[in-house]
Design a protein around this ligand. Structure first.
Ligand SMILES: NC(=O)c1ccc[n+]([C@@H]2O[C@H](COP(=O)([O-])OP(=O)(O)OC[C@H]3O[C@@H](n4cnc5c(N)ncnc54)[C@H](OP(=O)(O)O)[C@@H]3O)[C@@H](O)[C@H]2O)c1
Length: 402
């Protein structure tokens, strides 16, 4: 049975209206985290939030913990945690500190599902803990699969792993009821980001503010930069490879600037199924939680009469090197995607801090990949070691320019 079929069977056996799904939201103060809480707010009969985590935004975490009456909250910043424990205790919640506490949150007996909305490879241990504990995983943290897909996916055969990324949620829905052997290609759509149509010479002096202004989606800072470089699409190709067990030569990227088509699946008879919808992340978040049911959503429905034309084009791999590099890393496999991802995380952070120019992001990713000695991916510990070594290497490349 495929992962998708198992999810269908597992979810049909429970009545969420009688037994609300008990959810831990990791990264509850971020873009996906706050939208997940919005979904929960609208469906209290189906969803009960039982645990939350944040990195440093403790006041927002406190307000969320009070609103949802959670018993457990985690702040990754341990020092800050100690100064807030008493306040959380006053509202009946225990505040835990540190990244290990996030892992333990995923394993609490009262948690049915973990929404992993952490950013970066920092989310991988939580995905691993969730799957090994046999909990359902609603995954926004694509870096988990980019870095650890070889290790994580075999664990998902015992539970359900539902993607939150709109592209993967779309493909998931297009594949329902289909035979994977009859899939010819997955078409992952890309908006093209804020610099669609630009050439390398136009991108020399791009500032963080310019790169952060995405045309169709309002997202966290890291993914916004990744969307502008098209690295996000590269990460999504690797994510699709793992989630749908699809070889890279059957995954295509197509630029669809209106973002109305969230992705498509082409079958061996030439038929194509597309998933369309309003650009609102609450829809794919909710689907990952509600599946196989569909609940009402407070979004403007698509009006095809006013949609206008839909455009399609091939991505520009010369200008947007990060997409080509990510696909290369995915194709090579082993530890190379971990190297590529870690280099990108360090480079994006340095760009946001205005320590490197925009075009250095791709250059640093390429340097790290050239420098890497690729091994088969074997364990989470090994991949986290590769992640740490790569971060140190890329920081050493950035240092001289500071
Ligand atoms: N945003 C979107 O529309 C979207 C769409 C598809 C997929 N995704 C994916 O979803 C994930 C989250 O994206 P986002 O845009 O929601 O990010 P975001 O707005 O930056 O939020 C990240 C969350 O993770 C917490 N966090 C950050 N670093 C952490 C660390 N080292 N340890 C523990 N917690 C940490 C943050 O806490 P603080 O607030 O305290 O810093 C925040 O709650 C990413 O993998 C992204 O690629 C996002």
């Amino acid at each position: 049975m495929t992962n998708i079929q198992q999810a269908h069977t597992a979810n049909h056996s429970e009545d969420s209206a009688v037994n609300p799904k008990r959810i831990a939201v990791l990264g509850s103060t971020g873009s996906i985290g706050t939208q997940t809480l919005d979904v929960a707010r609208r469906h209290p009969q189906h969803v009960k939030i039982v645990a939350l985590s944040a990195n440093t935004q403790v006041e927002m975490l406190f307000d969320q913990a009070r609103e949802f009456s959670v018993k457990h909250a985690v702040l990754a910043d341990e020092a800050l945690c100690n100064t807030w424990k008493a306040r959380f205790a006053e509202i009946g919640a225990t505040l835990h500190g540190g990244s290990q506490a996030i892992v333990e949150l995923c394993q609490l007996p009262e948690v049915d599902m973990v929404v992993n909305a952490l950013v970066g490879a920092a989310g991988m241990r939580a995905s691993y803990a969730t799957l090994t504990a046999g909990k359902q995983l609603a995954l926004a943290n694509k870096e988990s699969l980019v870095v650890g897909g070889d290790v994580l996916m075999p664990l998902s055969s015992h539970t359900t792993l539902l993607p939150i990324d709109s592209e993967h949620g779309a493909i998931y829905q297009c594949l329902l009821g289909e035979d994977p052997a009859e899939v010819a290609r997955l078409w992952v759509t890309a908006s093209g980001g804020p610099f669609r149509g630009k050439k390398l010479a136009d991108l020399q002096d791009i500032t963080p503010a310019q790169a952060l202004s995405h045309p169709t989606w309002n997202m966290g800072r890291k993914i916004s930069i990744d969307s502008s470089t098209l690295m996000n699409k590269g990460l999504e190709v690797i994510e699709a490879h793992h989630l749908f067990n699809m070889p890279y030569d059957k995954i295509e990227v197509v630029v669809q600037p209106q973002s109305a088509i969230h992705s498509m699946v082409e079958f061996t008879d030439g038929s194509v199924k597309a998933h369309l919808g309003t650009t609102d992340m609450r829809i794919p978040i909710q689907f990952a939680i509600s599946y196989p049911a569909r609940w009402s959503a407070p979004v403007e429905p698509l009006d095809f009469r006013t949609l206008g034309s839909l455009e399609f084009s091939a991505p520009d791999l010369e200008t947007f090197r990060c997409l080509a590099l990510a696909i290369q890393a995915g194709n090579t496999g082993g530890t190379l995607p971990a190297v590529m991802n870690a280099a990108n995380e360090v480079a994006v952070a340095a760009f946001l801090d205005e320590r490197i120019p925009y075009l250095s992001i791709a250059q640093l990713v390429e340097s790290a990949m050239d420098h890497a000695e690729v091994e088969p991916a074997q364990s989470i510990d090994q991949l986290l070691e590769v992640d740490a070594e790569t971060r140190a290497y890329v920081r050493s490349l950035i240092q001289p320019h500071e």
